[in-house]
Design a protein. Structure first.
Ligand code: CO
Length: 460
């Protein structure tokens, strides 16, 4: 029996534990080891890494990808893509999505995991199509959630549609760590029965279920699981790579991993973890088990946002009311999975409803956009009375929202002008305009300084 293991230390573990602040310089010397370990793939790009490179680390994300590719010659490089949102938080026009996907593959990505927060597959079809054309392995993703309308049949239907779209594998993405071992067993079994693609399972250890969930998923036939090297595992991150390796090797699974190299990788990252703990970048709380997500059926990140929002308004005592309001708001919105950005939208609206003392007296512009159809179609029925009141006579969008967007690439090229040195730069600018422009300016400045120094050196 074969079991493939993906290592997430460079992306999801990095994002979940230390706010994606791992710089290339910090992990450069681990890349040879990571390439040698025998992983199925290295999740190393996409998600929040792109934004973080430009905004906080002063790194060109495309250059980071090329540098990883240069060292990791044997292991598949993997990225996470939010469908029509790419790596940002709004929908981009199709020409931008296509160019971004093409450039990602050109710069070294082998596997693209594509998802949409609402599981509205129209929002991933362009990215999937372009990734297939570019020759990447496309992992079509379903966002796992629980609600009165989400059931096995619904997920199996999504799986079949992903297969029909031409995806090469199906990823079950449990971003909140709420998928129980039994639910994972049933879901993977049902997918295995109804689609012929490999099944990838992604979960988080947040609620303490992660490792058990992976065990039952593999017993049900999952082909790939996501793990993080032990010193960057647990809590809001993934279950530990080494523990999973020992568990499944003993059970007779062939993972292809070399335990000695895994030990070396962990030894490499240990001082980085220690330093992050010392600086406060890594808050020990996120490494703990937090079962609140199971009690309240909201993801951990959403709960901590609610707490800080209420604290800021001196209303922490209203938390139980807000938590009771969350499922009602979610019902009104047709049960969106609680993942960025819907988790934030639902949380803020629930708190507003409680604090104002009248439901939907104030409605956030994000909820307006959602009810207008700008994020796609809700999984369930939206409260139509609420929608009509909020939209004030404006008809909701029923087509794919990106169909209404003008092409964006040429316009962006003209806007950014000489500051962009490549098509990759233009794409960085389209994705995060202000942040990218600031980054380009800083880069120019650096170049000018280097030039000055080299001239003075010649004159000496
Ligand atoms: Co994740």
């Amino acid at each position: 029996m074969k079991l493939n293991i993906t290592e997430t230390v460079l992306r999801d573990a990095n994002q979940s534990l230390i706010a994606t602040r791992l710089s290339f310089d910090q992990f450069e010397n681990a890349l040879e080891l990571l390439d040698k370990a025998g992983y199925y793939s290295l999740e190393c790009w996409g998600g929040a890494t792109f934004d973080s490179c430009l905004r906080f680390l002063g790194e060109d994300p495309w250059e980071r990808l090329r540098k990883i590719r240069k060292i990791c010659k044997n292991t598949k490089l993997q990225m996470l893509l939010r469908g029509q949102n790419l790596l940002g938080y709004k929908h981009y026009p199709d020409d931008v999505v296509r160019a971004f996907v093409r450039k990602s593959v050109e710069n070294g990505i082998d596997i693209i995991r594509v998802f949409d927060a609402l599981n509205d597959l129209r929002n991933i079809e362009v990215a999937v199509d372009e990734a297939l054309k570019a020759g990447a392995h496309v992992s079509g993703t379903l966002c796992y959630t629980t609600s009165p309308i989400h059931n096995l049949d619904m997920f199996v239907e999504l799986g079949k549609k992903l297969e029909a779209m031409g995806c090469h594998s199906i990823c079950v993405k449990d971003m909140a760590g709420i998928m129980t071992p039994k639910a994972a067993f049933e879901l993977v079994s049902a997918l295995k029965k109804n689609v012929s693609l490999p099944i990838v399972v992604h979960t988080h250890s947040t609620t303490g279920l992660g490792a058990m969930t992976l065990l039952k998923a593999v017993e049900a036939g999952a082909d790939v699981i996501d793990c993080a090297i032990s010193c960057f595992s647990g809590g809001t991150s993934q279950p530990p790579t080494e523990s999973m390796y020992y568990t499944f090797s003993e059970m007779g699974y062939e993972t292809g991993l070399n335990p000695e190299v895994l030990k070396q990788i962990n030894d490499y990252f240990k001082p980085i973890q220690k330093e992050a703990l010392a600086s406060g970048l890594l808050n020990p709380i996120v490494m703990n088990t937090d079962t609140d997500a199971l009690t309240y059926q909201v993801p951990g990140g959403m709960l901590s946002n609610l707490v800080s929002q209420l604290k800021a308004q001196n209303a922490l005592d209203r938390l139980p009311e807000v938590l009771a309001e969350v499922p009602r708001v979610r019902e009104d919105l047709g049960y969106p999975p609680l993942v960025t950005p819907s988790s934030q939208m639902v949380g803020v609206q629930a708190a507003t409803n409680v604090l104002v003392g009248e439901r939907y007296k104030n409605v956030s512009k994000e909820i307006k956009a959602y009810l207008h159809g700008e994020y796609g179609t809700a999984p369930g029925k939206v409260n139509e009375e609420l929608r009509a009141r909020v939209l004030e006579g404006v008809e909701p969008v029923t087509c794919r929202f990106a169909d209404l967007l003008e092409p964006g690439l040429e316009k962006a090229k003209a806007e950014i002008g000489d500051l962009a040195k490549s098509e990759e730069d233009v794409l960085s600018y389209v994705a995060f305009p202000q942040v990218a422009e600031k980054f380009f300016n800083a880069r120019e400045e650096k170049l000018r300084n280097t030039a000055k120094y080299s001239i003075s050196a010649i004159e000496e």
